[in-house]
Design a protein around this ligand. Structure first.
Ligand code: FAD
Ligand code: 2HG
Ligand code: ZN
Length: 479
């Protein structure tokens, strides 16, 4: 089960040949085909997964995607859909020499319904660009993540991305009102829809949300947008134990209620990783890069009125518990707001500066988050630098373990996997809270899902993609 090792190649799949290229040249323009200098498409954001594709196609219409897939399906040519390539589980790069189908030219925003706040967009639009467009309507996408400058809306839907505002808005699934998807055989499935409510039988679009490119290519989406918050307040609190974080979370839920937009935590290892590796990060607590028993929590409060009252009331409640808050910073302006958020959003990148990172994004009871982090840290103390952080409001922990010795990456991986997934399997939770399965976790699915469930998933895969050309080796075991 080593994710760094290769899986056996599907013997039914072919590699591209001259006649294949000639076909693609007959339906696409020169700028929609890349055959040289493919390195950035063949490697993932972490430089952990490497493919050997010889061909990237960048079609600019659904129709062309349909023609490409129809041809690939008939000719047993495997395909990897790629959007912003910010995925963290090896799903967006080939395992062997699969054709890379890049969505980057499918980047037009189609229209905006001002009465119902629904945007219709092609899937290759960068999240940040979508938000820039939406700001004229005083709305934004119902989710946000650190990769916003690179990730695409289609990639976000394909991975069912979470991010920091899930506490406020709930999962993305509820906001995707419609989709257009191209199936493996080239058929265009028009599931576009601009109604919030539609109870006409099986909601087929849901099956593509979070399917990580294994069932079809998402080409368009209708997305319900949310009004921008009028007042955004951000508190960054330093405290002396993880138990205190749990208590602060409880107080936040009861005192801030629906004005609680986000709540995120990190341990002192994560804080140190950012301060030591991100030049622009400001040490607001003057921690001097010490590793100690300190923990940090960011709380964003969004209000439409009574801003000062809500923040003050919350802070007063915290102050009433002795020793709960060691230090607290309240963002004074937009610049500080962004600076403080960056400390949290850059933990993952900071860990990448230390060495090859093994990333785990798991769901579990919040009370166990620090224990499992410490347990893993202990388990690989000689080889790895381990940090714990994440979306505590969603019960989603991120553990990043950076390898300290380049020659021992495989040894480190063996030390932590499958240990962490088996631990979760016993205690309950999820081996993927938000990043998905990709290549990394496909073979661990049995620890999460019963055999009959995996069988059902495989049967669904075979209905949509009988030749298994879409994103092979990923998501499902043995496929
Ligand atoms: P890609 O990485 O290109 O693709 C991801 C998967 O979807 C692949 O399996 C690919 O084959 C498939 N796919 C892509 N586009 C399509 C399509 N149009 N149709 C069908 N399949 C497709 N994730 C979170 O959930 N929450 C976070 O807070 C978060 N923060 C991040 C911060 C950073 C700095 C980074 C680097 C990543 C973060 N991620 C997070 C992970 C990643 O950004 C998300 O998974 C994101 O949704 C991927 O979008 P993408 O456009 O980069 O897709
Ligand atoms: C986050 O919450 C992302 O910052 C990325 O999901 C986590 O890099 C990671 O492991
Ligand atoms: Zn996350």
């Amino acid at each position: 089960f080593f994710s760094l090792a290769k899986k056996p190649r599907n013997p039914n799949h072919r590699s591209i040949q001259k006649q294949d290229l000639e076909y693609f040249q007959s339906i696409l323009s020169e700028s929609e085909i890349i055959t040289s200098d493919l390195s950035k498409y063949n490697v993932d954001w972490m430089s952990k997964y490497h493919g050997d594709s010889k061909l990237v196609l960048l079609p600019n219409s659904t129709q062309k995607i349909s023609q490409i897939l129809s041809y690939c399906n008939t000719n047993m040519l495997p395909v990897v859909p790629q959007s912003g390539n910010t995925g963290l589980v090896g799903g967006s790069v080939p395992h062997y020499d699969e054709i890379i189908l890049s969505l980057q030219r499918l980047n037009k925003i189609i229209d905006y319904d001002t009465n119902n706040d629904i945007v219709t967009t092609e899937s290759g639009v960068i999240l940040e660009n979508l938000n820039q467009y939406l700001s004229q309507f005083n709305t934004e996408a119902p989710y946000d993540l650190g990769a916003k400058g690179s990730c695409f809306v289609g990639g976000n839907i394909a991975t069912h991305a979470g991010g920091k505002y899930l506490v406020k808005h709930g999962p993305l699934r509820g906001y995707v009102l419609g989709l257009e998807v191209v199936l493996a055989n080239g058929q265009i499935m028009n599931l576009l829809n601009k109604s919030r409510k539609d109870n006409t039988g099986i909601d087929l679009k849901q099956i593509f949300i979070g399917s990580e490119g294994s069932l079809g290519i998402i080409t368009k989406a209708n997305l319900l947008c949310v009004k921008k918050a009028i007042e955004k307040n951000l508190l960054f609190i330093k405290t002396s134990s993880f138990q205190n974080i749990l208590q602060i979370h409880n107080i936040a839920k009861s005192e801030i209620g629906k004005n609680l937009a986000a709540i995120e935590w990190m341990d002192s290892y994560a804080y140190k990783a950012v301060m030591e590796n991100i030049k622009t990060a400001k040490d607001v607590f003057d921690s001097q890069n010490k590793i100690d028993q300190s923990y940090y929590v960011l709380i964003e409060i969004n209000t439409n009125f009574n801003k000062d009252l809500v923040v003050e009331q919350f802070y007063n409640s915290l102050s009433q518990v002795e020793g709960l808050v060691s230090e607290c910073v309240l963002a004074q302006n937009d610049h500080q707001f962004d600076e403080l958020w960056k400390i949290r959003e850059l933990v993952g990148s900071a860990c990448g500066h230390i060495g090859k990172v093994f990333k785990y994004d798991i769901s579990l009871n919040t009370a166990q988050m620090d224990d499992i982090t410490k347990d893993l840290r202990q388990k690989c103390i000689d080889l790895g630098f381990t940090v714990g952080y994440g979306h505590i409001g969603d019960g989603n922990l991120h553990i990043n373990i950076s390898c300290l010795d380049k020659t021992k990456e495989q040894q480190l991986e063996n030390q932590i996997e499958p240990y962490i997934f088996e631990w979760l399997s016993k205690k309950g939770g999820s081996i993927s809270a938000e990043h998905g399965l990709g290549l990394m976790k496909a073979d661990y699915l049995h620890l999460q899902k019963k055999p009959e469930v995996i069988d059902c998933m495989k049967n669904i895969k075979k209905i949509f993609d009988p030749n298994l050309i879409l994103n092979p080796y990923k998501i499902l075991p043995g496929i």
